[in-house]
Design a protein around this ligand. Sequence first.
Ligand code: DGJ
Length: 761
Amino acid sequence: MQTVRFDAKETGKQTGIQFNEKTKEFHIQGKDFSYIFTILKNNQLGHLYYGKRVHHSPSFSHLFTSEPKATASCVFEGDIAFSLDLIKQEYPSYGTTDYREPAYQLFQENGSRITHFEYKSHRIYPGKPALEGLPAVYTETEDEAETLEITLIDMLLQAEIILLYSVYKDLNVLARSARVVNHGSQKLNLTRVMSANVDFFDSDYDMVQLSGAWARERHMVTRSLVPGIQSISSTRGTSSTQQNPFFALKRKKTDEHKGEVFGFSLVYSGNFLAQVEVDQYGVARGSIGINPFDFNWLLEGGESFQTPEAVLVYSDQGLNGLSQTYHQLYRTRLAKGRWRDQARPVLLNNWEATYFDFDEEKILTIAREARELGIELFVLDDGWFGNRDNDKTSLGDWVADHKKLPNGIGGLARKINDLGLRFGLWFEPEMVSKASSLYEEHPDWIIHVPGRQASHGRNQFVLDYSRKEVVDYIYEMMAAVLREAPVSYVKWDMNRYMTEIGSPALAAARQREIPHRYILGVYQLYDRLTKEFPEVLFESCASGGARFDPGMLYYAPQAWTSDDTDAVERLRIQYGTSLVYPLSSMGAHVSAVPNHQVKRHTSLETRGNTAYFGMLGYELDVTKMTDDEKQLVKEQISFYKKNRELIQNGTFYRLISPFEGAGNATAWIVVSHDRKEALAGYFQVLAEPNPGYSRLLLIGLAEDIQYRVDGLDGTFYGSVLMNAGIHFKGEFSGIEAEGIEYGGDFSSRIFKLEAVKEPAR
Ligand code: DGJ
């Protein structure tokens, strides 16, 4: 028996990967989960178990189930029980007795799609490998994780599939991916290659997904599994606002705080497919990977293809448990670079303050005022380059418009620095306007099909990042700006989806590779820029949150969550986003009222209270605020700075969901790791006339610590706050009583908790 094991820091439990030579079983033991599979008698891999951690045992063969069925197609003559349709598969193939959708498909020179990939060998080693050209979760020291690498071979094709499984010692994470290598001489076409597949024992689950649209991104949607295929996907060239590359399967009774749930998250920013197929026997096949729709990858002899990484998370502590694992992993072992752990600056972005209408003086006036309020970083958004006075022109010409900025970006940035502010700059590096020097010189650099019309989106065209020379060109332009000017932050925007996908630079047989090659080009540009400018904080953006995914988070530790800054809409957007993504990744800004997206009026207080639960910024013309408003903003920024370590790194719990019931209330809390500090937010959309009693039950506190709660008299044990709660006394009713005017519509409360007394020992 080959055994490599290590102790988990927190639990003292042993986690790791074991292979039982005798039974040919692999047992991956995570902190709280077990994942077991075996080599079947036809030498393919069969799945046995994924769920709560179980003891390692001499044999798990009793978990193999395949009953003889009269109607099944069978692998071996005389053996009517061995049908792959009846057996749970580990990485299912197409065409040999399993009729469900496979994990991969290879189209061969003779037209065949039939393969037989069987177990060849495996390795178990400490640590976790990087994936070439792709973002992936990582370890800082080898003892943080352990990896199993299984090689499957198809002898006829001389091709291999290498399956990677990495388990983290202290987190309930299983990171998976697959690599296909063509060692043979014939050309293979990979028409489907998923990153991970799990055949669950049953289908008594709800599928949870994050769906939406521009300005209402990542709303939580839950549906029951039914027989057949249920899926979400993107065909737009980015992960998209419509669907996020994530789904979870939760037991029916699982809620935010308790119960079992399995998460699938794809570290990828392009077209993806996430699906669950429920078969005739109620087995649920969950899989996630690059969208096979309109995908094909030609593998010539000697070439290989690496899939993106799927991050599977197990929780028996409800959806909050699932989220907290994703948060910790993505905050500390996906995001990287200097800004990963550094306190993020409170920023002011001029987009909604000026749109395209600014010049250096106007910018400096806003910046001066911003400095007075405590802002630390000034971000110059769209409109600083070429002749960009509207959205019809100049993308691709990353040279300052000297009519607006006579001293260039360098001159402005230095003036901003002299005010005591850092300077940040907006780019949209993947796009070009027809009215631009770049397009004039290289009209063939856009994604298009010669002879066909090229559709635009916001008057712009997508640069063909599958071409190295395009990526190199944009790199040089951006790097020139960043070398010349003291830029501390880059907002990397991407404002349209792909259409008429084609590249004259690629052979006909490779045209369906373009969306993936494009994303690899984007990753490469990010990689080069983040390496050359490690001190720059990158924030990703795509019309708001159209590419809010783990792939982007690898390079840019924060993302613009949504163009919708309305405090009420933000409750749902931020609540849903937090299912997978940490607060440290969510850009959250206070903007002007009436709100520019929905025209709603909410108080500055509620706008601030909502934006506190993210990386805070302001996106309004501070010179137009009243003195009272400025005073409040000053207080908000100072409050945020005092609490940002807690917000950026604390443990986040969702308390009341805007997606349940009438959705009128939302609440959440972030608790420090030592549980001596916490910040809770309670938000109400509409005031109720003559309401009944309501209270807020907190979570995550230490039962025996006494806390002082800002705004409440006295001190309270954690046990009291968690079980009896904070009782409201009309604060949200909109009435006036005893001289106090209460909240009304769109009101909110923030509760800051601080330990006043150590627990008695
Ligand atoms: C879309 C982004 O989401 C906005 O924040 C802003 O940067 C605009 N693009 C600028 O064109």
